[in-house]
Design a protein around this ligand. Structure first.
Ligand code: PAF
Length: 283
């Protein structure tokens, strides 16, 4: 497996692939890879000749220094895991902060038609400027035909689709379903940092989302939200940050249900100091 730490070396390879008319799939990650990442890579391999996986813990998208410091960094294990999928059709790009930011570790400022102000944007200051900055930069370096993102970060997925549209970036952005552990917990690199007790209770998030979905059939968004808040109040090991039912296009909280619109329910909750997010399609 080829592993690049340097964008100019990767760029030579990309030039060669392009010269040979090969399709490039791209899976951007922050490492600590798990089954969820592998399913994105497998989907990429089924639709492209080569898949580039970037592994880079992007400092500008963290509003919490402690979270950035503690974010798991496991490059050796990540490469081994990728090898179980393919050794010759996957290319890893694991740059340094300097290779990406060239001395200026700063986000560009973006507007994504207001998508950036909802949910994660409201609770994590500057987060989507950081995400927009790194993803745009990575798209420029990797020049992929298709890029794959998990729906666990559904707001991020919608924002990246908007980024590509607003900046005319020639890449097809493909959203992939959430991968879950057997007990329903959405796969996340942060799960490895949960204490055994928090890990045991964390599937409560998905269980609550599923119940919220069934209630949404007959009840208003307000009633469902009140019910969810009550469930979390009775669950001492998890602290709900938000539960929001939103229109999937605007990501704005639903006021009055319409049969013409599609909705998702979104949760962010703390298990100790680990922040978990999850979501579910409602209709
Ligand atoms: O979803 C992630 O892991 C990150 O936000 C991404 C897209 C790799 C950008 O750093």
């Amino acid at each position: 497996m080829k592993i690049f730490h340097n964008k100019s070396e990767l760029s030579h390879l990309i030039d060669n692939l392009k010269a040979n008319n090969l399709d490039i799939g791209f899976v951007p990650t922050m490492g600590a890879l798990h089954k969820g990442h592998l399913s994105l890579v497998k989907k990429g391999l089924s639709e492209n000749d080569i898949v580039v996986v970037s592994i880079f813990v992007n400092p500008t998208q963290f509003d919490n220094k402690e979270d950035l410091i503690k974010y798991p960094r496991t490059l050796g294990a990540d490469v081994e895991l990728l090898r179980t999928v393919s050794d010759d059709k996957i290319v890893v790009y694991a740059p340094s902060v300097e290779d990406i930011y060239e001395g200026k570790v700063q986000s560009q400022s973006f507007e994504f038609d207001g998508l950036e102000n909802e949910m994660e944007g409201a609770f994590r200051d500057g987060h989507f400027d950081g995400v927009g900055t790194i993803v745009k930069r990575l798209f420029e370096i990797v020049r992929p035909n298709r890029a794959y993102f998990g729906e666990k970060d559904f707001q991020q997925l919608q924002i990246i689709k908007k980024l590509v549209e607003l900046h005319n970036i020639p890449v097809k952005v493909i959203g992939c379903p959430i991968d879950r552990a057997q007990d329903g917990l959405a796969m996340s690199s942060r799960n490895t940092r949960l204490t055994p007790n928090h890990r045991k209770v964390a599937p409560f998030i998905y269980k609550t989302l599923k119940s919220a979905k069934s209630k949404f059939g007959t009840k208003s968004a307000k009633k469902v939200s009140e019910w969810v808040e009550k469930q979390f109040n009775e669950q001492p090991l998890l602290k709900l940050e938000y539960f929001i039912i939103a229109d999937i296009e605007t990501l704005k909280p639903v006021k009055r249900k319409s049969t013409k619109k599609a909705y998702r329910a979104f949760i962010a909750a703390y298990a100790g100091d680990i922040r978990l997010i999850d979501n579910i399609a409602l209709n």
